[in-house]
Design a protein around this ligand. Structure first.
Ligand code: NDP
Length: 603
């Protein structure tokens, strides 16, 4: 792959790198783990306000629907489409935002773009007849595509926007969920699908003085264009005479910093941990190529990408980009000398070496782009690549060559405090007019905290109580004691870099189950205790190499801020360890058998 350099292994010392990685990680371990962050509620609730769409008055609902879907992002849309395809008509999507789109409704910051190729990431391209205009779509195009799906499948008809579910309570006698919301609704639903996304609650850094700062402040997922001017493609004219600060250097900051750098009077980028930044090389869609695509091209392309992500040696790499390059480099299996399987230790040793080669190449790239040697040194990441989300961008590192941009390297400690007018790091105060939080979203906290509501299952048992000792489920989709309730996302299912592929498979599976319940004439479907136990046994049968990998990683949301094996939901495995290809096969085989193993129909 052009543009991604690998260092020669004779030019680095693996032991020295291991030591350096450990030192850098230890600097960043925070005693409070996830607890260091500040929630965007209570006195910080304004950080959640919707700056994009006015809230419209509406009548409260008191009716009965077949399916309630919580969340109108990719999960909710895909679930609704699959359910409609199996004949379910009465579907209500309840969504906190003012429209469909989920992450792509909220994240409108300048430069927002998908980092997975758009031809496999945007759902239902063949079904809607749409071809993205670029290899990596900008956020407005993805948001518009979500609206397209909503229109095409008539999902707007009964959607409730700007609505937060307050409680879901199972009424066993009626075999219905009773749903209450912050808009005064109290309606019933036979099935509920929870698709409210893993990265939906913005979080703030735990910095003393957050309430004192008097300048403009907002989170990247609630971009205040009324203050900055401009739009998703930049031209932020309101910032021309402003001293702007941004806290955070994750995937979001990498995308918006180049636009801030172009527009702001001055820009301070407050860094705790640098990201890895590979070249992007985005390009327009070739119309002739698009016209030549055969039927089923999108599913084939998704599958090809997923197999490469899972370590299969595919004859052709259809996506052929930086991500498939790094994934196939790290996961490629070595040739076995005598046909015997390569021992796991040897696999891990090779993966680590290849990781060092890639990361050394990446660090050399920083030197090649960033002119000031101290700034370049500070921008180099010292951890294994997949400890954090790898980033691809052609303007981020370059922005630090501008005279109006300063990297404030906090040596892994973060901003010490805020005053009324400044952010303080060490003994230096950086005077600011505007402070932007690119500090990410709540991950790994309890489900009700992130979703904003509690789920009361059979006998009033809450989901928090059910999962207090660790997640328990069948295929990550259903949990016993919670009939007719489906979870979309990463809950003991699988993870794929192309998140929408995973959601596609999950929603097809849940639609099959709902169709089977309807075909049987029964009212409800519930996982049996045995079905759940057997799935936990399957999950436990895999070696916990991922745990060891995460333990050694620099802190972040991928490893529960460095506290991998603590906190309730992590006491049972949170993923199927056999890879996504195998997981999708398990679901497909389960459907093909048609025996609904591990669940029972009632009512
Ligand atoms: P992240 O959680 O990845 O990053 C948060 C950033 O804030 C980190 O750099 C973190 O530093 C920093 N931070 C937190 N607290 C402090 C503090 N007290 N002082 C200084 N810095 C602090 O959030 P993002 O919004 O960047 O990304 C979240 C996820 O969203 C991504 O991982 C990705 O999955 C998704 N995303 C996807 C995109 C796409 O193209 N599809 C684009 C953008 C985001 P530290 O690393 O030290 O914790």
């Amino acid at each position: 792959m052009e543009g991604i350099a690998h260092a020669d292994r004779s030019r680095f010392d693996p032991d020295a790198l291991r030591t350096k990685y450990r030192e850098e990680r230890d600097k960043r371990l925070h005693p409070d783990g996830n607890g260091q962050y500040v929630r965007t509620d209570g006195r910080h609730a304004r950080f959640q306000d919707d700056p994009y769409t006015p809230v419209r008055a509406r009548e409260a609902r008191r009716d009965d629907v077949e399916v309630l879907i919580v969340g109108g992002g990719f999960s909710g849309l895909l679930a609704a489409v699959h359910l409609k395809e199996t004949g379910v008509r009465d579907i209500r999507i309840v969504e906190r935002g003012g429209d469909f789109g989920g992450s792509w409704y909220w994240n409108r910051y300048p430069g927002a773009q998908c980092d997975i190729e758009s031809y496999i990431y945007l759902p239902l391209l063949e079904e809607t007849g749409y071809i993205p205009t670029k290899k990596y779509s900008d956020a407005p195009e993805i948001f518009a595509h979500c609206q397209r799906i909503g229109e095409r499948y008539r999902l707007y008809d009964d959607a409730l926007f700007h609505t937060q579910v307050r409680e879901l309570r199972w009424d066993g006698a009626a075999s219905r969920w009773v749903v209450t919301t912050d808009r005064g609704d109290e309606f019933k639903a036979r099935f509920v699908c929870l698709g409210d996304g893993p990265l939906s609650q913005p979080k703030l850094p735990g910095i003393p003085g957050l309430e004192r700062f008097r300048g403009a402040m907002f989170h990247t997922s609630r971009w205040d264009y009324s203050y900055t001017g401009g739009g998703p493609d930049g031209h932020l004219d309101g910032l021309r005479d402003k001293r702007v600060g941004i806290i955070g250097t994750g995937a979001t900051a990498i995308q918006c910093v180049p636009y801030l750098a172009e527009s702001a009077g001055t820009l301070c980028v407050f860094q705790r941990t640098p990201s890895s930044v590979f070249p992007r090389d985005n390009r327009d869609t070739d119309a002739a190529w698009a016209a030549s695509l055969p039927p089923n091209w999108q599913r084939d392309r998704m599958r090809n990408f997923n197999r490469i992500a899972s370590g299969f040696n595919e004859a052709v790499d259809l996506v052929n980009d930086g991500l498939t390059h790094v994934m196939s480099t790290l996961r490629r299996l070595p040739e076995s000398r005598d046909g015997a399987p390569v021992p796991p230790d040897e696999l891990e040793r090779l993966a680590e070496l290849r990781d060092f080669e890639l990361m050394e190449g990446l660090r050399a790239r920083v030197d090649a782009i960033v002119r000031d040697p101290d700034t370049a040194a500070a921008l180099k990441p010292w951890y294994r690549l997949f400890c954090k989300r790898p980033c691809f961008n052609d303007g981020y590192l370059q922005a630090f060559n501008r005279s109006n941009v300063t990297l404030v390297d906090t040596q892994g400690k973060g901003v010490a405090r805020l005053t009324e007018t400044a952010a303080v790091v060490g003994d230096r105060a950086y005077e600011l007019d505007c402070l932007i939080f690119a500090t990410g979203f709540e991950v790994g906290t309890a489900y009700p905290r992130r979703s904003g509501f509690e789920v009361f299952g059979r006998n009033g048992v809450t989901l928090t109580e059910k999962w207090a000792g660790g997640l328990r489920s069948l295929h990550g989709l259903q949990t016993s004691g919670f009939p007719n309730c489906f979870f979309l996302g990463v809950n003991q299912g699988t993870f794929t870099p192309n998140f929408s592929h995973m959601l596609y498979e999950q929603s097809a599976h849940l639609a099959y189950i709902v169709a089977e319940v309807n075909r049987s004439g029964r009212q409800a479907v519930e996982v049996t205790q045995n079905g759940e136990d057997q799935w936990i046994d399957v999950l436990n049968s895999f070696p916990s190499t991922i745990l060891k990998f995460q333990q050694d990683c620099t802190p972040g949301y991928y490893n529960n801020e460095g506290k991998v094996d603590q906190d309730g939901p992590r006491r049972t495995p949170s993923l199927y360890g056999g890879g996504s290809e195998a997981f999708f096969q398990i679901l497909s085989d389960w459907r093909a058998r048609g025996d609904m193993a591990g669940v029972r129909l009632t009512g």
